[in-house]
Each structure stands twice: as C-alpha cells, then as structure tokens.
Design a protein around this ligand. Structure first.
Ligand code: DOR
Ligand code: ZN
Length: 347
C-alpha cells in the first residue's frame, strides 16, 4: 500500500497555548486535523464558561485565513467549579469536556484538585449531562516513584471515583502503561483512553541513554519498552476504547533545554506521518482511520468528518523543519530518530 485515504482526523488532546505561541502553532494542527479538544491549562486556567468562550474566540482569531478548524473547548476542573456554570456551558454547545489535573501533576496544574471528594457534585452533574471528564491520571505523592504514578492513580483515585459517580464518562488521557491499557479495556463504553503519538514511539531509554534528551521529556513520562508495546497493541487494535490525543505541547526550545526543562513534546506537524509509520510497521494501516478519525468522534458522540486526508508513501524521506518559529521563540519538533516516508496531502 503506497497511499491511504482516511476521514480527516481529529486530535482529542491538544495544547494550543495563547498569544504569540498560539499564533505560531495553530496552523500545524489546522493543516491536518478538523477538530481538537483544547486543553485549558493556561495561566490563569480556563475555569468558567465565559473564559472558555473568550479563549475560543482567541483561537479562531489566530487561525490563518482560509483554514478550517473547530476548537472543542474544555474547562479546567477546580475544587470550586460551579456545577450550574458547567451545565450552562455544556448546554450552550461550547464546552465538550472538563479536565481533571491532580494538583501539581504537570504544567500549570497548581489550581487542580487536591481533595477529590470536593468535586463529586460537579462530576454527578456531568454524569447526568453525559459530559466526559478528561483525566490526567498520575498521583503526585512524593513517595510514589514517577514511573509508578499512573498505575497507582488507577487504583487509588480513578477506580474509586468511577464507583462513587456511576455513569460518569471518563477519558484516561495519554495512557503510558500496560496497566492503563488493561484498565481502559475493562471499563465498558463510558471509559475511553487517548494515546499520544510520541508514547507509541519512545520508551524511557530514549530519554536517558547516551545523554539526557529534553525533547523526549513529557508527562506522563515514557515507561519501559513492554509498556510502549502495549500501547501500540491498543492503538492498532481497532477497539473503540482507544483514540488519538497527541498531547502536542509546545514549549520554547530554551525552556526545554534547561536545568529544569519543561514537559511536553511538539508533534502536531509530523504526527500523521509518524502514525502512518508506526501503523505500517504493525501491518495495521487499515486501523489508522479507526484510531485517528473514527473512535474519537464515536466516544464524544460527534459525527466523523466528511472530508478526507490522504497519506502517500514517498521513496525519499519527507523533510520536516527542526523547529517551528513562533513569536514566543522557536519550538523544537519531536524527532523520532528515524526517517519518515509518509507524507500528508490535504484536499
Ligand atoms: O508533557 C506534558 N505537557 N504533559 C502534560 O500533562 C502537560 C503538557 C503541557 O501543558 O506542557
Ligand atoms: Zn496534555
């Protein structure tokens, strides 16, 4: 197969930032993706419906003329989130999901949740509305090893929370372990899981062997190879639980190549080429549309996009820039360390 055509994909987990960074990166998503679930971890975070509406307007204003892209807005769940404000924002069609960050788990998560009991009333309202909760699934306890934080979160937080709020629809965001895959698989139709492009490609050796590679550092941190293989198996399985959420997270290069480097991989420009490479290596190119274009809309109860995206395999490697220049400084693209031959042709 030298060419495949799939319904235009969506990105079910994306960081677009704001201001000059937003202006510099938005075209990289809009070029290939029709819609994206927009993460609310700005400074200050997007907490209310009014803030989400204003952020949506800024995103659409930053979109280059002639490009189509639909930002699907989320609210950042805090311990003081008002269930009525959530219901109004959801019922108006503006907000598609809420995001749960355990406080301190990742970039700009300080306003996140410390006491999960405090958010139960909001979660109960969300269960009534059918609104998904997108979960950053890592505990933050200092005594829990960073490589174990996802598995421990499932046992200590996620499973009890789902039992406490029956009917709550949950997306386990950016799963990185076989434990995450197994739990997602066991959860029935109200439990989904996004998988990033980079976690299908790197394991923890990529970050640490032969010198520290800050551009491979993200959260949740990449785990052992056996976990990466479980993710590849899930992504290429065709099971409705698993769908693409790139977690493309731009940071200026100098804040990544830093004594305290930021977490995040910038994959929006080359994600579709990377995914075609991974799926082809698994003899699963026929599953790419299911993972990138079909399972996400089904979970979010939205239609699959009408238009298409065509990927063609070239004889020579496809060139990508090393960095995306933005008004907030250069952003280094995720480099898989191997050549890419699949090229996107949009119609
Ligand atoms: O690597 C990450 N970067 N993980 C996250 O959870 C947040 C994101 C960011 O906002 O930079
Ligand atoms: Zn993220």
């Amino acid at each position: 197969m030298n060419s495949i055509t799939i319904p235009r994909p969506d990105d079910w987990h994306l960081h677009l930032r704001d201001g000059a960074m937003l202006e510099g990166v938005i075209a990289d998503s809009a070029r290939h993706f029709a819609r994206a679930i927009i993460m609310p971890n700005l400074v200050p975070p997007v907490v209310t419906g009014d803030q989400a509406a204003a952020y949506r307007d800024r995103i659409l204003a930053a979109l280059p003329e002639g490009m189509a892209f639909e930002p699907l807005m989320t609210l950042y769940l805090t311990e003081t989130t008002d269930p009525d404000d959530v219901a109004a924002a959801v019922n108006s069609g503006l907000v598609k999901a809420l995001k749960l960050y355990p406080a301190g788990a990742t970039t700009n998560s300080d306003s996140g949740v410390r006491d999960f009991d405090k958010v139960v009333p909001v979660l109960e309202r969300m269960a009534e509305l059918g609104t998904p909760l997108c979960v950053h699934g890592e505990v933050t306890d200092s005594d829990i090893d960073i490589f174990d934080r996802e598995a421990v979160f499932i046992d200590r937080v996620l499973d009890p929370l789902r039992r406490k709020v029956p009917g709550l629809r949950v997306v386990m965001e950016h799963i990185t372990t076989s434990d995450g895959v197994a739990y997602a698989r066991s959860g029935g139709p109200d439990l989904g899981a996004t998988i990033t492009t980079h976690h299908l490609i790197i394991n923890r050796n990529h970050i640490l062997v032969g010198g520290i590679k800050p551009h491979y550092y993200c959260l949740p941190v990449a785990k052992r190879e056996e976990h990466r293989l479980a993710l590849v198996d899930a992504a290429t399985s065709g099971e409705p639980t698993f769908f693409l959420g790139t977690d493309s997270a731009p940071h200026p290069t100098d804040l990544k190549e830093n004594a305290c480097g930021c977490a995040g991989c910038y994959t929006s420009p080359n994600t579709m080429s990377l995914l075609a490479h991974v799926f082809e290596a698994e003899n699963a190119l026929d599953q790419l549309a299911i993972f990138a274009s079909q399972n996400g809309p089904a979970f979010y109860r939205l239609p699959v996009n009408d238009d298409v995206l065509r990927l063609t395999k070239r004889d020579a490697p496809v060139a990508f820039p090393a960095t995306r220049e933005t008004g907030a400084g250069p952003v280094t693209l995720f480099d898989p360390g191997f050549d890419l031959f699949w090229e996107v042709e949009t119609t």
